[in-house]
Design a protein. Structure first.
Length: 392
């Protein structure tokens, strides 16, 4: 039997990794093997190589990614600290041997199968590696790598049809890019470190003036701790009713999750208020042990309140008022990002100008920066960035 045909027949026996053989790369390979004539085979081969190119150009790398991201009974069992049944463990081991052979196929193998030379067909890279050893190594640090979609992406959102999906163009901000607010940021970093280490960590509210880097801080921290098993799932305020669903989906996962709610504020009659309150208070239905909530708000008390609310016609008006105003107090850690003073604002401007390679006398730069801030109506880190962008 030809090498390619043998690989194909073995892959057809996949049960543990059955979802892998249903992926476009493997279905394109199957289409090639089943193609009967020369033209159909060449067309199918081109489609197969196109799938490899989508994954970077290495067949071996593509296969490693597919088995790493696969969510199967074997990896789920290991992730939960349980020993898989012997039959499942044996099947997984045998199937990984099949994928080892598949990942090692070369352009030359396909050229010989089609009766042509390697120079006449599109080429791809591959190398010999033991997929079983590769997979076992990942399993040993499953709490850092994760599995399924969480293995190769750091940030996620909840789609309108309640699917957790990766944010493909996620923010790549890093902590070292920030200027100022070190004390505020370090509080959130330390809380995240405690979370990773399994120590009690607090749900955190980052509040304060707009443009001070609250949201960027949360995303930068998620990026910084990606290799230590931290993932971020962003929810809009109108999706808070889905919070129990999200918690149930990630419960038992070996990774740590930051549930991120940006620009949070409520009206006093908002239906989503109670759901967040339940999660912050540790309700079993709205909280997972491997999750912590990080929220940002321009309002210290989150609830939008009018003077009329203080009068009202509620018999127990004071109790109602205290309940709405105390939502922020249910966050174990509240970090205030205040509007920068003139000195900090100009420090940020100078640092950003240096990074951007802007050549200008410092005195002129600062005068222009102050004038820009006056036109904008406030000083902030965002204002400083916009000023530097205007110079560029």
């Amino acid at each position: 039997m030809k090498k390619i045909d043998e690989v194909y027949e073995n892959l057809a026996l996949s049960s543990v990794f059955i979802n892998v053989v249903k992926k476009p790369l493997c279905t394109a390979f199957s289409a090639y093997v089943r193609a009967e004539n020369g033209l159909a085979k060449r067309t199918a081969y081109a489609a197969f190589v196109a799938e490899i190119y989508k994954g970077g150009g290495s067949l071996t790398g593509c296969v490693q990614t597919l088995i790493s991201e696969d969510e199967n009974p074997y990896v789920k069992c290991v992730a939960q600290g349980k020993k898989p049944l012997t039959c499942i463990e044996k099947s997984a081991k045998k199937e990984l041997e099949f994928f080892t052979a598949f990942a090692a196929l070369t352009t030359q193998d396909f050229a010989e199968d089609m009766g042509t030379t390697e120079a006449n067909i599109p080429s791809f890279d591959s190398f010999n590696t033991d997929m079983g050893a590769f997979y076992r190594k990942r399993l040993r640090s499953i709490h850092k790598h994760g599995y399924g979609i969480f293995s190769s992406h750091g940030m996620f959102r909840l789609s309108d049809d309640k699917e957790i999906e990766p944010i493909v163009s996620a923010d790549t901000t890093t902590i070292d890019k920030f200027i100022g607010y070190e004390e505020e940021r370090n509080k959130v970093i330390e809380n995240t470190r405690m979370f990773i280490e399994g120590r009690p960590a607090a749900n955190t509210l980052l509040c304060g003036d707009a443009g001070t880097g609250k949201s960027s801080t949360v995303k930068a921290i998620a990026n910084a701790f990606f290799d230590e098993g931290v993932r971020l799932i962003e929810l809009r305020k109108d999706q808070l009713s889905s919070l129990p669903y999200v918690m149930a989906k990630i419960s038992g996962n070996p990774l740590k999750f930051i549930i991120f709610i940006d620009d949070l504020s409520f009206n006093k009659s908002d239906d989503h208020f109670s759901m967040l309150k339940a999660a912050l208070e540790g309700s079993a239905s709205a909280k997972a042990e491997n999750a912590v909530i990080y929220a940002t708000s321009n309002r210290r008390h989150i609830i939008k309140e009018s003077f009329g609310d203080r009068e009202g016609d509620d018999v127990h008006r004071n109790d109602t008022l205290q309940e709405t105003l105390s939502l922020s107090e249910r966050f174990g850690l509240v970090v205030l990002f205040s509007k920068p003073n003139k000195a900090l604002y100009l420090q940020i401007v100078r640092a950003l100008a240096e990074k951007a390679g802007i050549q200008m006398p410092v005195a002129d730069l600062e005068i222009k920066a102050e004038a820009f801030a006056l036109r904008k109506g406030n000083r902030s880190a965002r204002c400083a960035e916009q000023f530097i962008d205007s110079l560029r």
